[in-house]
Design a protein around this ligand. Structure first.
Ligand code: PLP
Length: 487
């Protein structure tokens, strides 16, 4: 493709993307295709002769779009939202247009320095302490791909730090602490590094938050077992229910264990820290006081297109001590002099995408107030949904609503009293009905044996009318599920 053909195809692509957004609301959220639909439709091998791009672009419309689940659809309430803004799209477009794998400062000075700028901006937006800023000269932030990969970086850094502090440690005695509610990233890190992962228990009456006493007991038990817990992955906003671990208590306990690295996974809820009114609930003071590292995904609820998992550490040396591998061909004058940041030593890969560009576009275009208002809108819509559940005699909240997430279930009243197991079966039937629909998407979870349904708000185009429509659907499907169950 030459430059003029690209200009033409590019204009067409932008036109089609705009049309996609104009018509998005009329599409189903979930496609109707069957497994194998695309495998059957596309040829087994690439074409021998190059094809005309117009035909390729048409095939995207014909074969690919119909097989997509539309995460930007206003009736998408599943998992957590994944952000997509036009500023983010343009950031990706510009960044890919110059293809810069800016692993060293010299590999593209703008890539490194813009990332330092936007990570400091984002830290300030969230109210993170000065010790997390690049400008502190000690801490700093780096953009990773996902919260899960970010956790690998943190675990390897924590392990190296622990082994330096306790050189007598046997690798097999190391333990990663998570809770039963931590995202699978904790277990995955354990698998990758071959390290035991211990999930600490949390209780429904604590809204599934890890308490200091549980941590203290575990540390004492493990000390007796000769185990060496070296990192705790705590969460602000768990995936299942939006639980927020008690970082104040955890921090107090950790004071007696200075080599325990405390990583805060706030992949989804971290962006609420942008709003001063949510900083207390999200425990900003404790994050600043106790976290060794903190991560949040701007690509979830933070207006930046996938991927943009932001990680801050108190001490950048912890990352570089663990990850700096510098063969001759990667050496540079500036790197040797220690006057620059070389981000290749802050993450797993070598080459890296120029992700900071889209963060920069978004933060400048929305501004701090625009960003805050977007988060507030999601929380307001969720409060509206939670109020509908509360007011209904047929549904109940399972946990207190958390920011833009409500976990609820069907709890019909009537002549029949449901046992716990019947209620679970009823809710499974209810969820099966919901998940066979194409016009709405929600996901399910299990909390201490209780099957429940998650309603997560945050897609940029969701308005109150969509929440109200979802509620109508839930009521209708709930009534049918109760009838079906009774037969
Ligand atoms: N942590 C939490 C609390 C999450 O909710 C999720 C995903 O929803 C993740 C981590 C995983 O995020 P990623 O896909 O960026 O690895």
């Amino acid at each position: 493709m030459d430059i003029e053909a690209f200009r033409k195809a590019g204009y067409q692509a932008i036109d089609r993307i705009c049309d996609y957004y104009y018509l998005l609301q009329d599409r189903p959220v979930v496609p109707s295709v069957q497994p194998g639909y695309l495998l059957d439709a596309l040829p087994d091998s690439p074409p021998e002769e190059g094809e005309d791009f117009a035909a390729i672009a048409d095939d995207y419309q014909k074969y690919i779009l119909p097989g997509l689940t539309h995460w930007q659809h206003p009736s998408f309430f599943a998992y957590f939202p994944t952000a997509c803004t036009f500023e983010g799209i343009l950031g990706d477009l510009y960044s890919t247009s110059t293809a810069n794998p800016g692993f060293n400062w010299l590999a593209s000075p703008a890539c490194t320095e813009l990332e330092m700028v936007v990570m400091d901006w984002s830290a300030k937006l969230l109210g993170l302490g000065d010790h997390f800023l690049h400008s502190s000269g000690k801490g700093g932030g780096v953009i990773q791909t996902t919260a899960s990969e970010l956790a690998l970086v943190v675990v390897v850094a924590a392990r190296e730090r622990y082994m330096r502090m306790h050189s007598d440690t046997k690798a097999e005695s190391l333990v990663i602490y998570t809770t039963t509610q931590t995202h699978s990233l904790g277990v995955k890190a354990g698998l990758v590094f071959g390290i035991e992962c211990r999930a600490l228990e949390v209780r429904a009456e604590d809204a599934y938050a890890l308490r200091g006493a549980t941590l203290k007991n575990a540390l004492e038990e493990d000390q007796k077992r000769g185990k060496r817990p070296f990192i705790l992955i705590a969460t602000v906003g768990t995936t299942s229910s939006g639980a927020i671990d008690r970082l104040d208590e955890i921090g107090e306990v950790a004071k007696d264990h200075p080599s325990l690295w405390i990583h805060i996974d706030a992949a989804w809820a971290g962006v609420t820290l942008a709003c001063p009114e949510y900083r207390e609930v999200a425990q900003l003071d404790s994050i600043n006081a106790y976290a060794t590292s903190f991560g949040t995904n701007f690509h979830k609820w933070g207006l930046v297109n996938f991927d943009a998992a932001l990680l801050w550490v108190k001490d950048r040396k912890d990352l570089t001590d663990a990850l700096d591998v510098t063969p001759e061909f990667l050496r540079t004058k500036q790197g040797d002099a220690g006057t620059v940041v070389d981000f290749r030593n802050w993450h797993l890969g070598l080459g890296r995408r120029f992700r900071s560009l889209k963060v920069w576009f978004v933060l400048r275009s929305y501004g701090v107030e625009g960003f805050r208002n977007y988060i507030r809108q999601g929380i307001k819509l969720n409060e509206h949904f939670a109020s509908l559940v509360r007011a209904s005699p047929k549904f109940a909240l399972v946990t207190p609503p958390s920011f833009a997430l409500t976990v609820f279930r069907l709890t019909p009243s009537g002549p029949h009293t449901f046992t716990d197991s019947e209620l679970n079966d009823l809710n499974r039937t209810f969820y099966a009905r919901l998940s066979s629909r194409h016009d709405i998407l929600l996901t399910q979870t299990v909390l201490n044996g209780v099957f429940c349904i998650r309603f997560a708000v945050g897609a940029a185009r969701t308005q109150q009318e969509h929440v109200d429509r979802a509620w109508e659907i839930l009521q209708r499907e709930g009534a049918v599920a109760v009838q079906e169950f009774a037969q």
